[in-house]
Design a binder for this molecule. Structure first.
Ligand code: UGA
Length: 433
């Protein structure tokens, strides 16, 4: 069985390399020849721990190849994973034009039976549309099946998540498609959940939205903590000890970002509303998340009073640690608001500075620095936005010496309040005293 993977974004590149690691013969393809060239040389087109090793190992084994010839890759594959992007359009819906384009390419290259597997995060009913597009555009009558196999990997932990998944959801409508997918994932038989296609598609959106809901929920609780003597970390711990609630995704902070949660919550709201379902619960989760940045800026103002011409240091720009991804990062809205207030910004991130420079080019009021200590130079306050591991071991004395006033506002509750007090910092975090 030869597997084609269309798209070399997060999901595509990890799927291609991961399936090869499982022993399959895989061809990865993308219309972006530059990305394919990198992949073929064993250079990951994005920063993800462990990805380059996985790529190189499987390129060397000969099981994994790449080509920019999308049509050729489809023709030579028995199974095609669709992993192209579904960015958000202006109305908050997912833009499905890349998926439609791929469906037409598949139709044009349907030489015999193929199984088409939708892996990108898509609204429920997408696979049904793919099927219709292929049927409409196929040059001759050919047998094919459609399936949904949503991906649950997290950026920053993508390789491990793909190689050791906690569940594999498979949405199928024929026994042939089911048997093929079971074969592809035969090493995970006990973790397979087989459903119909709509269900599989909905599981993905429902999961991401539920996690986003959990984050907004704990952030709402954190706001109560800040107005009382309660401590949000302990509230989260106490809640999480109940196995029905669980401890994960109860970290209060400056809010969720990334290419998934903000987009998927909005998309599910639209899907529900288009179907006549009241989606207020999710709308509120989104609003709560939007409010996090203005509330954080209020904290900065309470610490500094006037922001105009003050130097403010920002530690962490990526939407989460262990990635260079800044899509929908909370740092972007924070930087916009601080600039509107007239602050001078000094920024640092271990991996995401090149990407951030495309959003905010450097100027005399926005300086990219080589490390956290350079950020602290002349700063009236330091803002911790992404909880990178290297920030945990910062030398606070060295930071304080460089700052105009030793104030630290921690948007991720990374530091110990008592330690910061000992180091003579004014320290504020989220939902903690
Ligand atoms: C998310 C899901 O966790 C994956 O299962 C899913 O496959 C992926 O979206 C996707 O749809 O492709 P990801 O966006 O990579 O993964 O990152 P997460 O670890 O889920 O974090 C998302 C955001 O929530 C980050 O900004 C993070 O800082 C924030 N977060 C997370 C919190 O604010 N608090 C928490 O307790 C957890």
């Amino acid at each position: 069985m030869k597997i084609g993977v269309i798209g070399t974004g997060y999901v595509g590149i990890v799927t291609a390399a991961g399936l090869a690691e499982f022993g399959h013969t895989v061809v990865g393809t993308d219309k972006d020849a530059g990305k394919i060239d990198k992949c073929a040389r064993g250079v990951a087109p994005l920063y993800e721990p462990g990805l380059e090793e996985l790529l190189r190992r499987n390129l060397d084994s000969g099981r994994l190849t790449f080509t920019a010839d999308v049509d050729g890759a489809i023709r030579e594959s028995d199974v095609v994973f669709v992993c192209v992007g579904t960015p958000q359009d202006e109305g908050g819906r997912a833009d499905m034009s890349q998926i439609e384009e791929v469906a037409r390419s598949i139709a044009a290259n349907l030489t015999g039976y193929k199984l088409i597997i939708e892996k990108s995060t898509v609204p429920v009913r997408t696979s049904a549309w793919i099927k219709r597009v292929i049927t409409l555009h196929a040059k001759s009558v050919q047998e094919f099946d459609i399936a949904s196999n949503p991906e649950f990997l997290r950026e920053g932990a993508a390789v491990g998540d793909f190689l050791r998944p906690d569940r594999i959801v498979i949405g199928v409508e024929t026994a042939r498609a089911r048997d093929l997918l079971c074969k592809i994932y035969e090493r995970f038989t006990e973790r397979l959940l087989i459903t119909n296609i709509d269900t599989a598609e909905l599981i993905k959106h429902a999961s991401n939205s539920f996690l986003a809901l959990k984050i907004s929920y704990i952030n709402m609780i954190a706001d109560i903590c800040e107005r009382t003597e309660a401590d949000v970390e302990q509230v989260a711990l106490g809640m999480g000890l109940d196995p029905r609630i669980g401890r994960d995704f109860l970290r209060a902070g400056i809010g969720y970002g990334g290419s998934c949660f903000p987009k998927d919550v909005k998309a599910l709201v639209k899907i529900g509303e288009d179907l006549g379902v009241a989606m207020n619960l999710l709308r509120e989760a989104e609003r709560t998340n939007q409010d996090r940045v203005p509330a954080f800026v209020e904290k900065v103002k309470r610490a500094l009073w006037i922001l105009k011409d003050k130097t403010i240091g920002v530690l962490g720009l990526a939407f989460k640690p262990e990635t260079d991804d800044v899509r929908e990062a909370t740092s972007i809205r924070l930087i916009q608001e601080l600039r509107r207030e007239g602050a001078v910004l000094r920024l640092y991130d271990p991996k995401a500075m090149d990407n951030m420079k495309t959003v905010f080019p450097a100027d005399e009021r926005l300086v990219y620095c080589s490390d956290a200590y350079a950020v602290a130079e002349g700063a009236g306050v330091l803002l911790l936005v992404t909880e990178w591991e290297e920030f945990k071991t910062l030398d606070f004395d060295r930071l304080r010496e460089r700052m105009a006033t030793p104030i630290l506002i921690d948007g991720r509750n990374l530091f110990d309040p008592a330690e910061l007090r000992r180091r003579r910092f004014e320290y504020f975090s989220v939902g903690r005293k």
